[in-house]
Design a protein around this ligand. Structure first.
Ligand SMILES: *Cc1c(COP(=O)(O)O)cnc(C)c1O
Length: 359
């Protein structure tokens, strides 16, 4: 039998979450964000389950070409655009849309013969990561129009408060900068990520770009996925492959980080940080064993971790364990490990088998 560490990908949860997005944005078109192998869930089965969306967004050229070759005919937007002039041939050949966030990219276009692209001009409205300043933006849009470098131009920006408690003030400020920079222009716009979709209807405009909420995780620290009626898409599961009886004073794992203060029974689970489970998850991080809640004990190893079985008498070798997903949310595990749900989903290791389920 193969090692029992598997990630189940629930495709009906994915379509459920898409329906929730639609509920929030009845008048906008939806560009599903499937970067980083669909946030670790597997590009092609996720794209197939989401095939009713109006577009896809990612930033890996090879993955975009795979999508086209698999027959997807929606717009496919590359969120960091192109990096070299040579790539423009592929952008045109596969009809890929490009974010333009820097005037170097404008120069590459004006000097290229591949000009029939749908372009998204990204304005920096305060995040200071990618994007044109309002002055650079005016230069870019005028130059692109003058040289007839685009099939279409959409205006976009990205909000800084996505994985933290959104500060209304910063959203309002960024929205204001965007409105000022684009005054008088009638192009389509794209602004909102998951957090803005849920909390800021004024940001919805023509296109929204949901990521994390499609996968059934919460973009907020103060609201759970369940409260948002989102269903977890990925369930990372494994089994108990050994048990041990501890006496009071016995220690567990590397560095003996956990010490039993009473006799207890523990289980060893075939999942570790080389599978994508966070090494920083401390004692008391929740897990599900035989559908009952328990907790991590001591240090996470490369290939294994330890759980408390003291109160789960019926658990033993081969008992099923859920690390995150149905019954214990990835949000909770991330919070315990001091990281973000985004990171845990994306970090699922290639050696973990992904199994797509339609029910
Ligand atoms: C990743 C990303 C998104 C999706 O963000 P979520 O918080 O996952 O909804 C949207 N827009 C851009 C530009 C992104 O890079």
């Amino acid at each position: 039998m193969a090692r029992p560490t598997q990630a189940f990908i629930n495709l009906s949860a994915l379509t459920h979450n898409l329906a929730i997005v639609r509920h929030y944005v009845p008048r906008s078109r939806i560009m599903a964000v499937i970067k980083a192998d669909a946030y670790g869930h597997g590009l092609l089965h996720v794209a197939s389950a989401l095939n009713t969306v109006d577009g896809f967004a990612l930033l890996e050229l090879e993955a975009a070409i795979n999508l086209r070759e698999a027959g997807f005919c929606q717009p496919i937007l590359l969120l960091e655009g192109f990096f070299t002039p040579q790539e423009l041939t592929l952008f045109e050949q596969y009809q890929l849309s490009a974010v333009i966030h820097h005037n170097e990219q404008v120069s590459m276009l004006t000097q290229s013969k591949h000009r029939q692209l749908d372009l998204y001009l990204k304005i920096n409205t305060g995040m200071n990561r990618l994007g044109l300043t309002p002055e650079q933006f005016i230069y870019a849009i005028n130059t692109l129009k003058q040289h007839q470098c685009a099939n279409s131009i959409t205006l976009m920006t990205h909000f800084a408060s996505a994985d933290e408690n959104i500060e209304k003030e910063s959203i309002v400020r960024q929205l204001q900068s965007f409105t000022t920079a684009t005054q008088g222009l009638t192009h389509s716009c794209s602004l909102a990520n998951s957090a803005a979709i849920i909390r800021y209807p004024e940001t919805h405009t023509d296109w929204v770009r949901p990521g994390i909420m499609l996968y059934g995780a919460s973009p907020f620290a103060d609201q759970t996925a369940e409260q948002l009626n989102l269903k977890p898409v990925m369930t990372l599961s494994s089994k108990i492959i050994a048990t041990q009886e501890l006496k009071s004073g016995d220690k567990v794992g590397y560095h003996g980080l956990f010490e039993a203060d009473n006799p207890m029974r523990i289980g060893i689970v075939a999942c570790g940080y080389a599978d994508g489970y966070p090494r920083h998850a401390p004692t008391n991080t929740p897990v599900l064993i035989n559908n009952q809640r328990s907790r991590i004990l001591g240090r996470i190893s490369m290939d294994m971790l330890t759980v408390d079985l003291t109160h789960i008498q019926n658990a033993g070798i081969n008992s099923p364990v859920v690390l995150w997903g149905e019954g214990v949310s990835v949000d909770e595990v991330a919070q315990h490990a001091g990281t973000a749900n985004y990171e845990l989903l994306c970090a699922l290791a290639p050696r973990v088998e992904k199994i797509a389920l339609s029910q």
